[in-house]
Ligand binder design. Structure first.
Ligand code: NAD
Length: 371
């Protein structure tokens, strides 16, 4: 069976869904790998790197492929090139891709969405949300450090002492924890806040201080945060204001699955930060944690620079691709037997990640969206 690796065409996407180092894992089990020319170029991978790893490089890679691997969803025209009953593996934000979902359903393909892989222990090596959030959390700190006109670490020199930067991280999930760890490695004094009580211990274990707010905790099913009421959100902003004003760097990563990101910081709160302070909003694309932050742009509020994240993992394309490809290959190998890929819907990972199969939309929320 041919596994096609798609050259990404969406603006700003630099990642690739398979890296040469993982080609052998597919070949070993009897699969063939065909890569579109230039697919890895933006991630620093040449066509020869893929050839040396045992893949074929072919402009017609998708034609007759049994599996298509990509980071972003396929274009509708690419769906038509695949073999009948093919499997597609990519990120697939269904609400924004209803036309593609219809095309995948009508073609009878099995579409698996990486963001729907259940977050259970057995699926950790397939958890692309976590792997990409890890990259984004690291990058957020470097963006802030580069813009901040101050040192991060405490420095004692013969010419005097430089105090450490103060970093506040809001949202201490995968991205937030990586931001905390990175800022600590650079020597900053770090504080962090999350609505999930369980995150306090993780924050402290990284050498940061957990900010306690006098608010009821909001833990929902599966350890995820639930959406807050407007009144609680207002209280939260009020209680956070002095912490924000005290920070040189604010990094926000708060998200609630399936909803717009909560607005945690108003533009007045940003304007009250010291001149030259820096805000990085990793949630800018999904509604924004910071009022006025714009995805892919850097704006100034008061005398504070506000950087809005847009496809941040793609900005470290080589390693984001390496991690994503590992997630994808692990999912693919879960469905592999005797040189072919056959999804087993008794497996909760496959069933959970499946959007379309055999002419049907399997993912109930997507079915509702399609009406
Ligand atoms: P996410 O990207 O959905 O959210 C990021 C963080 O924002 C979360 O920690 C959330 O609690 C926080 N948040 C939401 N609303 C907030 C608010 N109003 N104020 C402050 N913070 C707010 O989450 P994520 O990083 O993908 O994962 C969150 C948690 O899920 C992880 O820390 C972990 O406990 C769990 N998880 C489990 C697995 C697994 O078991 N395989 C995998 C990944 C994550």
């Amino acid at each position: 069976m041919k596994i096609a690796v798609v050259g990404e065409t969406r603006p700003g996407e630099r990642r690739v869904a398979l890296v040469p180092g993982l080609v052998s894992r597919l070949i070993e089990v009897g699969l063939q790998v065909a890569v579109e020319p230039g697919a890895g170029a933006a991630a620093g991978i040449t066509d020869d790197d893929y050839r040396d790893a045992g893949a074929e490089v072919d402009a017609g890679a998708l034609a007759g492929a049994g599996v298509a691997l990509s980071v972003q969803p396929l274009a509708a025209r690419q769906v038509r090139d695949l073999a009948p009953n093919a499997v597609t593996i990519s990120f697939l934000p269904v609400a924004q891709e209803l036309e593609l979902v219809r095309a995948l359903r009508d073609a009878g393909h099995t579409a698996l969405a990486m963001e729907l892989v259940p977050r259970i222990s057995r699926a950790q090596s397939m958890d692309a949300l976590s792997s990409q959030a890890f990259v984004a959390g690291y990058r957020a700190v470097l963006v802030a450090a580069e813009r901040l006109p101050r040192f991060f670490p405490l420095s004692m020199t013969a010419s005097g002492t430089i105090p450490p930067a103060r970093v506040l991280v809001l949202g201490a999930g995968v991205a937030g924890l990586q931001a905390i760890a990175t800022a600590r490695r650079l020597g900053a004094v770090v504080r962090a806040y999350d609505v999930r009580a369980a995150s306090a211990e993780e924050v402290r274990s990284l050498g940061a201080e957990f900010v306690e707010l006098e608010l009821p905790t909001l833990e929902g099913a599966g350890g995820y945060a639930r959406e807050m009421t407007e009144e609680r959100s207002r209280m939260q902003r009020e209680l956070l204001a002095p912490h924000v004003a005290d920070a040189d760097v604010l990094i926000t990563t708060a998200a609630v699955p399936g909803r717009a990101a909560p607005m945690l910081v108003t533009s007045d709160m940003v304007a009250a930060m010291r001149p030259g302070s820096v805000v990085v909003d990793l949630a800018a694309e999904s509604g924004g944690n910071v009022e006025g932050a714009k995805p892919g742009e850097e704006v100034t509020i008061g005398e504070v620079s506000v950087w809005g994240g847009q496809n941040v993992p793609s900005q470290l394309a080589a390693q984001a691709s390496q991690l994503y490809a590992t997630n994808v290959v692990n999912l693919l190998l879960l469905m592999h037997s005797d040189g072919t890929v056959t999804p087993d819907f008794d497996d909760e990972i496959v069933a959970g990640a499946c959007v379309t199969h055999a002419g049907e939309v399997r993912h109930a929320p997507t079915r509702e969206l399609l009406g």
